[in-house]
Design a protein around this ligand. Structure first.
Ligand code: 13P
Length: 263
């Protein structure tokens, strides 16, 4: 079983970065690189997940790029629709403002902001029902890996959302495997370990839905131009969710190029 025919996705997760002037320069440089040497849309989907306050500005900037680049929200409210929910941003609002993609279940949300599985399920359900594509993040901690629980933890996270994803909605799901110990640490999973987990995720997904064979499974955790080529060569690694390196236009471009070239 292999996902090597899936068009890769490379998505930059800016997290709570950068300031406005730096974001402007980053986008300008990235668009310039694409102008000089385009990466074909058929070879790689590219997306950027800015802060909520920058979504519309970034979206307008990306509309001027030489190819389609997705604007991705970093999170969504557990509450649907509109109403008296101070501070919240619903799936319907994202959709109404033209944002079609959202990250849900990032380990930083799970750990720092107490996004429990039932909260994540509400978010996933709302996002799918509003017609968004969800990049659903999973991953184990160092402790879980060292005690041999990594696979079980990650497969459980996949199973968790099965309760709210309707059969025809699996095509709106992209999975991002991000081992927590590899995020922002400079330590990346070896291509062998990452491929092994991706294959397990694909197997788990395929037991839930026939779409599992076609689901893009991205790797995240210290992805850099230096390790992107090796990761991209793995049959079940269908792209990258990039944190730190996406804040540098050249690094992000090279990572996208690595995935575009090997698939
Ligand atoms: P880094 O690439 O900075 O390790 O972050 C990965 C990540 O969390 C992307 O969502």
């Amino acid at each position: 079983m292999s996902g090597s025919t899936i068009t890769p996705w490379v998505v930059g997760n800016w997290k709570m970065n950068p300031l406005q002037a730096d974001a402007g320069a980053l986008l300008k440089n990235f668009k310039q690189l694409l102008n000089e040497q385009n990466i074909a849309e058929a070879a790689c989907h590219i997306g950027v997940a800015p802060t909520a306050i920058a979504l519309t500005t970034v979206q307008n900037e990306l509309a001027q790029a030489s190819r389609h680049i997705m604007t991705v929200a970093q999170d969504v409210s557990r509450v649907a629709g509109t109403g008296a929910y101070t501070g919240e941003l619903s799936a319907e609002l994202l959709k109404d403002y033209g944002v079609e993609f959202v990250l849900i279940g990032h380990s930083e949300r799970r750990e720092i902001f107490a996004d429990q599985p039932h909260i994540i399920n509400e978010k996933v359900k709302n996002a799918l029902n509003a017609g968004l594509t969800v990049i659903y993040c999973v991953g184990e901690s160092l402790e879980q890996r060292e005690s041999g629980q990594a696979e079980q933890v990650v497969l459980q996270q996949i199973c968790d959302i099965a309760a709210v994803v309707q059969a025809e909605q699996w095509k709106q799901i992209v999975v991002a495997y991000e081992p927590i110990w590899a995020i922002g640490t400079g330590k990346t999973a070896s291509p062998e370990d990452a491929q092994a987990m991706h294959a397990k995720i694909r197997e788990g997904l395929s037991q839930i839905t026939p779409m599992g064979l076609h689901t893009a499974i991205l790797y995240g955790g210290s992805v850099k131009p230096e390790n992107a080529v090796e990761l991209a060569a793995c049959p079940d690694i269908n792209g990258a969710l990039v944190g730190g390196a996406s804040l540098n236009a050249e690094s992000f471009y090279k990572i996208a190029q690595a995935f575009a070239n090997t698939k």
